[in-house]
Structure formats: structure tokens, C-alpha cells
Design a protein around this ligand. Structure first.
Ligand code: ADP
Ligand code: DP6
Ligand code: CO
Length: 320
């Protein structure tokens, strides 16, 4: 029996949103993320009679199946193997809802592939092959804070750990407003975003934003970290609105949540938001304010699910 690989989902504080090379998933910018303890994917791959992909116990066809096997065929070619494979994956994160399921999914998939074929790789090489499945997956090989350096080719584009076990007081409250799968995937959204007149300025700001974020983390400066993360996310969503044609992942509840964060802040409860390619909002906060923020969100929104996450670990294998 092959081992099950577990990878935790990461949320970018400095975002990846734009590719230099779609096939190799080479980004136009470096990114920095926080790996979460509360969200993860478990994946097992075994040699089988036919290619099959089960997600959350359901046999997949169409796009999800295509994406997985296009990826696994690339890996098989790279490592000189060719079998039919049975892939079983369970998401402990909403799928395709802008909560970064592809980050934990393809990090776990890369790990499961290596377990299936007994391939031993360094974390750096794991990060590179995870990247080929989904760019953000390059960072989920590591726990804590990770940086994906953009690089310029397959060998130079990988993530590394900034701090795998941070002591910083930082919580991420995932406000699940709508966990249905989005209509526009991250892959397609970031391609369309490149038509914005603000796309080049966005790329140009990356280096300075990344180094400011690294400095905030090193200084354990929550205010600076939150301000930088919120600005970076707003820039990404401004690019989407100004693309040709313009689009947005925001829903009315997303705007409502942004207003609530602004109100909380004005009333002295320090918190910041970041939003990815979907309507759900993530709040950055310190432990002392977590209870009050949850209370306020529960009173403003009906049927909202709130998950209080903090730092999670890197890729691991489950004992069986
Ligand atoms: P997200 O915001 O969730 O990362 P993306 O558009 O980046 O959204 O990626 C979502 C896609 O990733 C899904 O539609 C599916 O094709 C793929 N995916 C998600 N979870 C898994 C999984 N556990 N195994 C394989 N593929 C997955
Ligand atoms: C907004 O890694 O999902 O979450 O490489 O095309 O699979 P592909 O895209 P993906 O994009 C992530 C976009 C983001 C920001 C981030 O995680 O850095
Ligand atoms: Co994704």
C-alpha cells in the first residue's frame, strides 16, 4: 500500500497573479504565503488497471480529471514511468472556492506521486514539481511562512521556507461566505488580468512589496504585515476590475465583509483582510481580538462558517 501524502493549504500575503509561461507555470512575480493548520488535502496514488481520479470519494470526469492526468503524465514523462494510476484525494478545504484548494491539492499530489514510485526528492525539487500542477502548490511543501521565488525557468522557480515554525501571534479567520466552486478558475482569471493597464505597475511593485513583507515578518510587526497584505490583495482585485473585459470575484457579501473589517478597525479592533480568487474573505488578526471578530461576523452574516486558523506544517506522509 502506498502512503497517503498530506499537504496543508496556504494563503498568500503577497500574491501570485500572472504567468510568464503557462505551460511550466512560471510566475511574473515572487510570492509569500502562510501555510494553515486547519485546511489540508490527503492524496494517495496507486498503480492500477485504468486511470481514475476520486475527489472526496466521487469519481471525477471532465475538467478535474483532465487537470490531474495532464499533470501526472508530465511527471511520468519526467521520471520515465508509465502506468495507469488510481488517484484518491480528500479535500479538507472547500474546492475551487478561492480558499486555495489547488495549493494543498497539487502539493499532496506531487508527494503522493513520489510515494507511489519511491522517488526521493529534496523539498526544493518537490516544490518545483508541485508548481507544475498549480503555482501556489510550490509553497505548500513548507509550513509556516514560505516564499516562492519567481526564477526564470523550471529549475530556478521554487519555494523555500522563510520560517517553518513562526512564533508570531497571527491568526487567519476564514470567513466562508459562499463555498461553491467559482466560475472562473485562478488559471483563467490571472490570464485575463494581464490585459489590465495596471498589470505592469503591479509587477513592478512586487520586489518592494515582498521585501517590506519579509521585514514585517522578521520584526513580528502585525500592523505592517496586515497593511501590506491588504494592499497587495486590493491591488490584485483592482487589476481584475480593470482588465479587458473587467471581472471580479467579489460578491455582495464580500463587500459587506470588507466594510465590517474597516468598521472593526475604526473601533480599535485591529484586523486586516486578504481575498483570493473567490468571494470568501480571510481576516488577519491577533489572538486577543479573535473572539470579538468572530462574534461580530456571526451577528452580521447568516449561515456564515468561520474557521480560526494559524500556522500549519509542510508536506507529510500519514502512517498506515
Ligand atoms: P482554488 O481557489 O480552490 O485554489 P483553483 O481555480 O486554483 O481554485 O483550483 C481549483 C481546481 O483545482 C479544481 O477545480 C480542481 O480541478 C483542482 N483541485 C482541487 N482540489 C483538488 C484535489 N484534491 N485533487 C486534484 N485536483 C484538485
Ligand atoms: C489568488 O496557484 O491557483 O490564490 O498556477 O494556474 O494553478 P495556477 O493558479 P493558482 O493561483 C493562485 C492565485 C491566488 C494567489 C496565490 O495563491 O498566490
Ligand atoms: Co488555486
Amino acid at each position: 500500500m502506498n502512503k497517503t501524502a498530506r499537504a496543508h493549504t496556504n494563503i498568500a500575503l503577497i500574491k501570485y497573479w500572472g504567468k510568464a509561461d503557462s505551460k511550466n507555470k512560471l510566475p511574473l512575480m515572487s510570492s509569500l504565503s502562510m501555510t494553515l493548520d486547519q485546511f489540508f488535502t490527503d492524496t494517495r496514488i496507486t498503480v492500477s488497471e485504468k486511470n481514475e481520479f476520486f475527489l472526496n470519494g466521487v469519481l471525477q470526469a471532465g475538467k478535474n480529471y483532465q487537470r490531474v492526468f495532464t499533470y501526472l503524465k508530465i511527471l511520468q514523462k519526467k521520471f520515465g514511468v508509465s502506468d495507469n494510476l488510481r488517484v484518491e484525494s480528500t479535500n479538507h478545504v472547500p474546492t475551487a472556492a478561492g480558499l486555495a484548494s489547488s495549493s494543498s491539492a497539487f502539493a499532496a499530489m506531487a508527494g503522493a506521486f513520489c510515494a507511489c514510485y519511491n522517488i526521493q526528492l529534496s523539498k526544493r525539487d518537490l516544490s518545483k514539481i508541485a508548481r507544475l500542477g498549480s503555482g501556489s502548490a510550490s509553497r505548500s511543501i513548507y509550513g509556516g511562512f514560505a516564499i516562492w521565488q519567481k526564477g526564470f525557468d523550471h529549475d530556478s522557480s521554487y519555494a523555500y521556507a522563510l520560517d517553518e515554525t513562526p512564533v508570531m501571534d497571527l491568526h487567519l479567520l476564514a470567513i466562508e461566505l459562499n463555498s461553491n466552486p467559482k466560475k472562473l478558475s485562478s488559471t483563467d482569471g490571472m490570464l485575463q488580468a494581464q490585459t489590465s493597464p495596471f498589470f505592469i505597475p503591479w509587477i513592478k511593485r512586487n520586489e518592494q512589496e515582498l521585501s517590506a513583507m519579509v521585514a514585517a515578518i522578521k520584526a513580528q510587526d502585525f500592523s505592517a504585515l496586515g497593511q501590506l497584505a491588504e494592499l497587495n490583495a486590493n491591488e490584485m482585485h483592482a487589476i481584475n476590475l480593470t482588465a479587458n473585459p473587467g471581472f471580479s470575484y467579489f460578491e455582495p457579501d464580500t463587500i459587506h465583509a470588507i466594510h465590517l473589517v474597516q468598521q472593526l478597525r475604526a473601533s480599535g479592533i485591529e484586523c486586516y483582510y486578504t481575498i483570493d480568487a473567490g468571494p470568501n474573505v480571510k481576516i488577519l488578526a491577533q489572538l486577543k481580538n479573535v473572539k470579538e471578530i468572530i462574534k461580530q461576523f456571526l451577528s452580521e452574516f447568516e449561515n456564515v462558517k468561520i474557521v480560526n486558523a494559524s500556522f500549519g506544517p509542510g508536506l507529510s506522509y500519514l502512517d498506515q
